[in-house]
Ligand binder design. Sequence first.
Ligand code: ADP
Ligand code: MG
Length: 348
Amino acid sequence: KLHNELQELRGNIRVYCRIRPPLLAESQDTSHFHIEKFNESKGFQALTIKRENGRCFSYNFHFDKIFEPHNTNADVFQEICQLVQCSLDGYNVCIFAYGQTGSGKTYTMLNPGDGMIPMTLSHIFQWTEDLMEHGWRYEMDCEYIEIYNETILDLLREFNSNDNIDDILESQKHEIRHDHDNHATSITNVTKMKMTSQEQVDSMLKRASRMRSTACTRSNERSSRSHSVFMVHINGHNDQTGEVSHGKLNLIDLAGSERINSSLVTGDRLRETQNINKSLSCLGDVIYALNSPDAAKRHIPFRNSKLTYLLQYSLIGDSKTLMFVNIPSDQKHTNETLNSLRFASKVN
Ligand code: ADP
Ligand code: MG
């Protein structure tokens, strides 16, 4: 059904690799990483990783950009700023953070003050104000959800300290609905908040973070095995020209990419483990299929996971997608790091 719509598809994904600095407890030796920015004008950079086990193996990967351990969140935001601004022009923009647990995804996306989400929110009011001079008026509203074990939790719902989180988790029933005519997606019963000011947005993020951490107390794995999806709908109209724009920005902190060994668990835990492994590989399949030269003719498996089903209309057409692949610099993690880099090369 989507095939006609896919015709105007333009492979438009970029992948940025971010290497986190060694933590205090980790080896500070990063000599096994070698970065070559040999064609910087084209934004094409290479990363070589050496692994020694008896013999020395070396692996090469190419990225649109590589952020080194000394690069700050401010450096990273500077590089994504233009992409984020496209959502004001009516584009669908998706930014993902992919990587094993502990690699810096949440630091990149959510670190208070300078993470991509806080930075975007603090700049967006300024940008929309600047555009007022040119006649543009914007309305922005957002939703913030978590997907855990293929179930959606509304992170913006009213939540008091005496509410029982088990009741909330039990009672949540959120369905994803597509309006195929308008390429629009909605989630039933999910809180949609108008964004009005910096203060309001800050307190909203705080509340969501409280909801997340409370839900995590019910399951240790939840924090590393859930996807969080922050969505902003940006609707503009121009008083002077009569133009309108409908953009959407999706900022996604993905579940940890480490493979969970399902041979060690049974029952509910087995199903959960399989779901989590599946949703990330499904995301890879979807992005890969969308970017293949014959994408218009291909079957794109959006329906295979909640995440891809939710983001379907944000990934097709002239949408813009950016994936961070976050990796630690410690040699101890090289195997997982190589897995992440291979995933990233597949989608790039
Ligand atoms: P993930 O979300 O991928 O599991 P985190 O973002 O929680 O990983 O990062 C793990 C730890 O590393 C945290 O203590 C975080 O503060 C720290 N960290 C991650 N990236 C950086 C960075 N670029 N600079 C400094 N500390 C970082
Ligand atoms: Mg995290």
